[in-house]
Design a protein around this ligand. Structure first.
Ligand code: BDP
Length: 675
């Protein structure tokens, strides 16, 4: 049965890559050389574009554009773009480089055919660029089909089954390939009993997804349950040192690869938020990860093991336990003990995808371990795809962070270099030395991402995976051009203005100065200042009548700042050098504390909340003014979301300002109305 809505009833709105972006390429003579399914995909793209725009695919005479395989050109997936004999050429080392080369030509349009085009080598910085779908096969009673999903149901699964029609999955793979992503994980990190079967009797479903995305160079990964041998009823234990358990994983994994030879690897959330793990058997996370690594090693594939391990049953009265410390406390001492094909996947901040967090110190430690950074594209804490929140400026700050001071190489450089002393960090040369992972934000919504403008976050993550140093504003403009190719300058300008600073605007009207949370418990949307304050989750702001913030210093607090290398340990420790935007993450200060910006903490709270909500109010007429320039369905969806963002921003403003006004008794120095 075809589960896609009838096209005229509820069309799926394309994202980037509408046919018109192929105009320059499609109106020329284009030849594609190379064998295999990836080259076939490129040929099919070219044929469709030429048919539409009057060009010639596979001409017998000299082409205007040649895409071909030329050994030694630019490494796996890489390509050289340049001019040879009066034609534009894409020279790729193997077929995997042809598709990215094609999309680079598409992005450039006419400029790709400039006779003066100089040679450029393009290579992805991160070898594995993976989107982790938190999609449940079986609808979860609380979390629904997609955990933290804000764009409808799963594009893979519906009510316990694989969707019968995977054409939308194929379309998705095409969009991802054009953004630079090369892998997806098809099920949630919280692996329910039913989902455990994906490894065994439901493997055919995974194989079907793999077949749908393979033509676009995308590989499939699966989240596995550490207790799978027990859950599936095969063994009485999942102890990672038990020989029978190890054999079970080895033979199960062999069967996976026999069915899906290019299978990508496993993802594991263990001993975290109720998931099973090696602690049950008195074993370490190195024992657990290495067992899975041993099963995957003969196939040259990695296990991504998440570092998101903390006590979610904390006593809130105990001010010495600090959730921010947890990942480093659990993992740093294990450095050097992980197998070559274990990748420790670390959330970018120490807590949990808040609007503002420092870089996780785990990413700055563990020089002998493969580390992956995990970003969250789905906007769990950043407006849930009802608010415009363009996240790449935040991600760029993480990737461009300088681990040992202002002149040291960036975090991205370090992550892509792999562990020190490793032989380019590989098992059979296939374990990626650089891994960028991100929690996906798409669903079966007609706009893919609920908020049409949230597509830009999805697009950008792949682009940063290729070039982490790229300016987020330039990526935004690229996305605007690819998605709205016919847009007049006024529309481009409006889109850019609405999106470019939207993360900072969101930060202004939500939790202040890096303190985090203050969201409604459970679903995490909207303000609730004390919602998590007296709960076991370890996410507190400690506001009282005198001050606010978490003392994480070595001198008087939890000692978290000591997990950083210098100079960060000292910078964060000292009030005189701690950056304003992270002040309350690291310090508990009086409301009257003077920020480096020259204003007090309490006045900063008032000012930013008024300013943020005001900015959102202005965004609505800006969007209304371009109504005639965007297709009506897209315009209406964005307008509807902006109305909710406006309501929500004012709710945040009023709750936060009122709470701190009442707590502190300090009046607003501008005399504005606070309830
Ligand atoms: C938290 C989410 C939760 C996820 C968890 C994780 O609230 O739904 O399962 O992260 O990353 O942010 O495992």
């Amino acid at each position: 049965m075809n589960e896609r809505p009838a096209p005229d009833a509820d069309p799926v709105h394309a994202a980037w890559l509408p046919p018109s972006v192929f105009r320059a390429l499609g109106s020329r003579r284009v030849r594609v050389d190379g064998e295999g399914p990836l080259a076939d995909t490129v040929r099919a793209e070219v044929a469709a574009a030429c048919a539409r725009f009057g060009g010639v695919a596979q001409p017998t005479s000299a082409p205007d554009l040649l895409l071909t395989v030329a050994a030694g050109a630019a490494g796996s997936e890489g390509f050289l773009l340049g001019r040879r004999d009066g034609a534009t050429v894409v020279l790729a080392d193997g077929p995997a480089g042809l598709l990215p080369g094609l999309f680079e030509v598409v992005r450039r349009g006419e400029a790709a055919f400039d006779p003066a085009l100089a040679d450029e080598r393009h290579q992805p910085a991160f070898r594995l660029r993976v989107l982790d779908h938190w999609d449940n096969v079986f609808v979860h009673p609380v979390m629904g089909q997609v955990e933290r999903g804000y764009a409808g149901g799963s594009i893979f699964w519906q009510g316990g089954r694989l969707r019968a029609d995977l054409s939308r999955v194929r379309d998705y793979a095409r969009l991802l390939a054009a953004s630079g992503i090369n892998a997806i994980t098809v099920n949630n990190v919280n692996v329910g009993e039913g989902e455990t079967h994906l490894l065994t009797d439901r493997l055919g479903d995974v194989a079907a997804i793999a077949s749908a995305v393979r033509p676009y160079g995308i590989r499939v990964h699966v989240s596995v349950n550490f207790a799978a041998p027990v859950i599936l009823g095969d063994l009485p234990t999942a102890d990672p040192l038990d020989p029978a358990v190890r054999r079970w994983w080895a033979s199960t994994t062999d069967r996976v690869f026999a069915t899906i030879p290019d299978f990508g690897g496993y993802l594991v959330k263990a001993d975290s938020e109720g998931q099973p793990g090696p602690f049950t058997y008195g074993r370490t996370h190195a024992d657990g990860a290495n067992m899975l690594a041993a099963a995957l090693a003969p196939h040259g594939a990695p296990v991504r093991w998440r570092a998101f391990v903390y006590n979610h049953r904390q006593d809130w009265r105990d001010r010495t336990t600090d959730r921010a410390r947890a990942a480093h406390d659990h993992f740093a001492a294990l450095d050097g003990r992980f197998a070559d094909n274990v990748i420790l996947q670390v959330k970018h901040g120490p807590i949990d995808f808040q609007t503002r967090e420092p870089v996780s110190p785990v990413l700055l430690a563990m020089p002998h371990t493969h580390l992956a950074v995990e970003l969250q594209v789905t906007q769990e804490y950043t407006g849930q795809q009802r608010h415009i929140c363009y996240l790449p400026p935040m991600w760029s700050g993480v990737l461009g962070f300088r681990p040992t001071g202002d002149t040291s190489p960036t975090l991205a450089t370090r992550l892509t270099a792999g562990p020190s002393g490793a032989d380019s960090g590989s098992v059979s040369g296939r374990t990626p030395a650089g891994v960028l992972s991100a929690v996906a934000n798409v669903g079966d919504d007609r706009f893919w991402t609920g908020h049409p403008l949230a597509q830009a976050n999805l697009y950008a993550v792949g682009r940063l995976g290729w070039a982490p140093g790229r300016d987020p504003a330039a990526i935004l403009d690229e996305w605007i051009s690819l998605t709205f190719p016919e847009a007049p300058p006024r529309l481009r300008h409006t889109l850019h203005t609405l999106m470019d600073d939207s993360w900072l605007t969101y930060e202004q009207y939500t939790a202040p100065l890096g303190v985090g949370f203050m969201v409604r418990p459970g679903h995490h949307y909207g303000p609730d200042v004390d919602g998590y304050e007296y709960t076991p989750w370890g996410t507190y702001h400690f506001a009282d009548r005198d001050g606010i913030g978490v003392d994480r210093t070595v001198a008087t607090g939890t000692g978290f700042t000591g997990q950083y290398p210098p100079p960060w340990s000292e910078r964060y420790e000292s009030l005189s050098t701690c950056p304003d935007e992270l002040l309350l993450f690291f310090h508990h200060v009086p409301y009257t504390h003077l920020l480096h910006s020259g204003t007090t903490v309490i006045q900063h709270i008032y000012d930013t909340h008024f300013a943020g909500a005001q900015r959102v109010a202005e965004m609505r007429p800006e969007w209304d003014s371009v109504a005639g320039l965007v297709d009506p369905a897209t315009h209406a969806r964005v307008a509807e979301r902006l109305a909710e963002q406006h309501r929500s921003a004012e709710e945040w403003r009023d709750q936060i300002n009122t709470y701190f006004h009442r707590k502190s008794g300090v009046p607003d120095d501008k005399g504005r109305r606070i309830h």
